[in-house]
Design a protein around this ligand. Sequence first.
Ligand SMILES: O=C[C@H](O)[C@H](O)[C@H](O)COP(=O)(O)O
Length: 262
Amino acid sequence: MSATPNPIDMAKYVSAKRALDYVQDGMRIGLGTGSTAAWMVRCLGEMIRQDGLRVTGVPTSSRTADLARECGVPIATLEDVKWLDLTIDGADEFDPDLSLIKGGGGALLQEKIVATASDMMVVITDKSKQVDHLGAFPLPVEVIPFGWQTTKALIEESLIGMDVAGRQVTLRLNRDASYRTDEGNLILDLHLRRIGNPRQLSLVLNQIPGVVENGLFLDICDVVIMGDAEGGVEVRDINNGSVTQERVDLRDADNIFVSVSD
Ligand SMILES: O=C[C@H](O)[C@H](O)[C@H](O)COP(=O)(O)O
């Protein structure tokens, strides 16, 4: 990556930086997965190094665990800490209720367990993730490998009569092989185009034998932060209904971008 940030990385950095305002000394923090969450882990590492902040991070994937180690963020398992004060993570889509689709990076299972075991979930995004209705982004569903074709057929059958605009289900691939999650499971992507009733869909999917979890995060997210490349953020808080427009101090941005390009 070059030291001159592209606007997409800058927007991700801006939302990550604003999310760290929620972090306090001594907190146990769920560390999300994905390109936006990676900026949060890097910035958290900087806060630990520069300000002596003491926190414990619980990573939601092996990728995030590796990055946290690299950035000097102390990590523990959910088994160690049991409960978290805060989780900061990215999302593939969010709607006006702050319902989410997650799992574009395949980490939805650990992400959902960790976010659900947190007092608060803050989601860091940019404008491209904002939608009126979930579903344009294919919904990831994690399934166990045993009998996955049967599970796929049962999912397809369950979509008949469901309020969705598309019904295609595809096995996620990694080059020529099937994609494997950290748990060794498979991902089926549901191309639904528009999900009319996310709650009903989530319940139906999770009742199918072989389905481990789906990527709908409902009533889990408390705050969505949308960053832009110029340092502007919109902060939406579902608990008090507030929507605020703010600016993030970009003075430290150069240090982070230079260290990433090294
Ligand atoms: O499995 C991956 C996660 O749910 C990510 O948080 C999500 O895909 C967003 O990733 P990114 O920030 O790279 O767009």
